[in-house]
Design a protein around this ligand. Sequence first.
Ligand SMILES: Cc1cc2nc3c(=O)[nH]c(=O)nc-3n(C[C@H](O)[C@H](O)[C@H](O)COP(=O)(O)OP(=O)(O)OC[C@H]3O[C@@H](n4cnc5c(N)ncnc54)[C@H](O)[C@@H]3O)c2cc1C
Length: 508
Amino acid sequence: MSMNKRETALIIGAGPAGLTAAYELLERTKYKPIIFEMSNKTGGLCQTVRYKGNYLDIGGHRFFSKSQRVMDWWLKIMPIDYSNSKKSSAMLIRQRKSRIFFLSKFFDYPVKINIQTLKGLGLYRSLKIFFSFIKSHLFPIRIVNSLEDFFINRFGKELYRTFFKDYTEKVWGVPCTKIKADWGAQRIKSLTGFKTFTHSVRKFIFRTNDLYQKNTETSLIERFLYPKFGPGQFWDRVEFLIKKNEVKIIKNHKVIHLHSKKNLITAISVLDTKTGKETKINGKLFFSTMPVSELILAMGKKVPEDIKRIAFDLPYRNFITVGILVEKILIKDISSKSQFKKLIEDNWIYIQDPRVKCGRLQIFNNWSPFLVKDSSKVWLGAEYFCNDGDELWKTNNQKFSKLAIKELEMIGIIKESDVLDHMVLKVPKAYPSYFGTYNEFDKIIEFTNQFENLYLIGRNGMHKYNNSDHSMLTAMKAVDAIVNGDLSKKTIWDVNTESDYHEEKKND
Ligand SMILES: Cc1cc2nc3c(=O)[nH]c(=O)nc-3n(C[C@H](O)[C@H](O)[C@H](O)COP(=O)(O)OP(=O)(O)OC[C@H]3O[C@@H](n4cnc5c(N)ncnc54)[C@H](O)[C@@H]3O)c2cc1C
């Protein structure tokens, strides 16, 4: 592809992937990037919502990557503040602590086989876990068909039922027997019961200081970077930097149509969501981070029926978070001497309790003290997962807040009378799911790959459970391919698959 100074690269979406693509294009090519964003904000799922001086992170975003390239990128844009100065724009280094709240007690996550765990579980349950763990290693399930099989082979049936089943089913809304084992393979990678154990020993002996934690499995990462005012602050900074270089980010503009000729995309049509006006814009390169199902729909009549069917039935999970400001939390922490601490150390807690619908609880004070206006109060995020038509999704915000507060009171985390304020945030398509027509997804890859100048990147953009580092890497790989004149999209689709491990060896 020739590179003419005037040629434009049109980017759909100003989330991490779209913004990274613009930044990389600007640095390394002569293309002129223009981003179209349907909302009035940049950052996508990584934006931070401001509420009466408090900051709500949509989910709690750890800035951690096994890719050195991404770590360097983050730190180049926002260096670490070692001096603890008053500088408002800086990365903090945070200690990760997240535990499972089960039987109204805390258990380490990732699960550690230690005295504390055994004490919390009691002798009978501990023995059952021990024997089922041994059994799963002596007689593993040979043909791993589902996520349940995957978990049982790694942790044994009892440990799986105690610590993984309820939360996982809340996130995905279907039994683990109906979820493909791929999800576990991608998310938990090679983490096994033995690894959680050996990790505890290694950490005790070596006490590593390596921020990159290259030899640590993804679920075991113990420190992470975090912008003082949440992930949105980082992406606001990227927005500022690229705009300074005259990149246009056109907000409140939704891409509704992609025009094509043979194997090239030629233009997009965008809808001004404020005025309803539609405009057609020509471009040379196209990057899409919009959900694949919506992209295929926007590609119009030329798309084969079979591809439309697969795209239309791709499933997603929605996400609801309830910001709750409380005077204090009441949690009996078995690892602490005091029974009622104002604030425990966890960044987040997995709620493993089928009596409540809440799946996870964020304690934003522990992500960054700057997220909370008044440090004497506790700023929580009660998280729920649901589908579009679900009761939870349809419940109005006032009722939803009440439900969250009642649930947290029921499991003994807060007292309703301590609640000072609350707000609800609903996020559609937060999780691309790996069921429904996902098993035919290769056909979509093949179809979209035919368009030489179209790059699917990011999380929903590729219908892949990508964290922000992976989403950014896909954008970087796309620009690599353009710079190298590589027409294959393989390196982009390879991000966050097993081949990641080969890339890491190259320090990518
Ligand atoms: C609950 C939760 C917790 C997470 N935790 C972490 C974590 O700890 N660490 C981590 O690294 N990552 C985490 N992630 C993942 C991270 O948020 C995503 O990987 C990342 O935001 C994906 O970036 P993206 O640009 O691909 O997509 P998005 O962030 O979804 O951005 C896409 C953008 O495109 C816009 N858009 C969509 N359709 C159109 C259209 N037709 N026209 C114009 N604009 C459009 C959207 O409005 C949006 O702004 C988490 C995600 C969730 C949901």
